[in-house]
Design a protein around this ligand. Structure first.
Ligand code: CA
Length: 253
């Protein structure tokens, strides 16, 4: 049986080597930069279906699983990537936004996605220990973003949110996570990123932050480690059980 506390300790050692910084140096763990889809909400199935419907209507070849690999990118970047892959002519930003809005409508019509089981346990344990939680999402889906305060009461301060509308370059660029660090007033080595997607893990890694990825969808641990995750955990309940050790690891050095 895997000892996840031991796995976390080894991941921190690797992080210290790769980043050239000691995890938690100076003031321990100060901030958690938290992705939304596939982390706060079990919403990726619906996103994948909505995207697949839109692209099929447009005659653009793709598979439902493609959207798990594009996850984290902004909607416009997803559309442009698929157009290029299908050798289709470029479209304007406004045209891409109109397509994205149609996809957002299909997503909304499927109803509110479920809250991801046990993510609240992870975030409460962090928050109770003085770790500031900042939302960092590639989404602009107001129908989900607006539910966060009700589903995650007291976790995210009103201004502690970075969405697709706040960045020029979405994930896998580090910009969203760098903006999250700025909002929290934290150094990369005093923070963690919480992700579920390869492109999100790549962004967290590139921002120099200890990146925890949780396999909440069809993408396996190997792919998340390859993308740059420092620690991959099987589910949020396991993550919640490892939080005390992560806090200790950040404080012990
Ligand atoms: Ca995600």
């Amino acid at each position: 049986m895997t000892d996840y506390n031991e796995l976390a300790a080894k991941a921190v050692e690797r992080y210290n080597t790769r980043s050239g910084h000691r995890f938690g140096a100076g003031c321990g763990l100060k901030a958690a930069l938290v992705d939304m889809d596939g982390v706060l909400y079990d919403s990726m199935r619906n996103h994948s279906k909505a995207w697949f419907r839109l692209m099929s209507e447009q005659g653009i070849a793709c598979t439902p699983d493609d959207f798990y690999r594009f996850e984290g990118m902004t909607g416009v970047a997803t559309i442009n990537t698929l157009l290029r892959r299908n050798s289709r002519p470029e479209i304007s930003h406004d045209e891409a936004m109109a397509l994205y809005q149609r996809k957002a409508g299909y997503f909304r019509a499927m109803g509110a996605p479920d809250v991801m089981p046990h993510t609240i346990d992870v975030l409460s344990r962090l928050s109770d220990n003085g770790v500031r939680c900042v939302l960092v999402t590639g989404s602009a889906q107001a129908s989900v973003i607006s539910r966060i305060d009700a589903d995650y009461v007291g976790i995210f301060a009103a201004d502690d949110r970075v969405t697709a509308l706040d960045v020029v370059h979405g994930k896998p660029d580090p910009e969203p996570y760098l903006k999250g660090l700025e909002k929290a007033g934290a150094k990369p080595y005093n923070a963690i990123v919480i992700e579920n997607a390869p492109l999100g893990a790549k962004a967290g890694h590139a921002a120099g932050v200890f990146t925890v990825a949780v396999t909440t969808g069809p993408i396996g641990a190997d792919e998340l480690y390859d993308a740059g995750a420092d620690l991959v955990l099987p589910d949020m309940a396991t993550f919640a059980s490892v939080v005390p050790n992560i806090l200790k690891l950040a404080d012990s050095i």
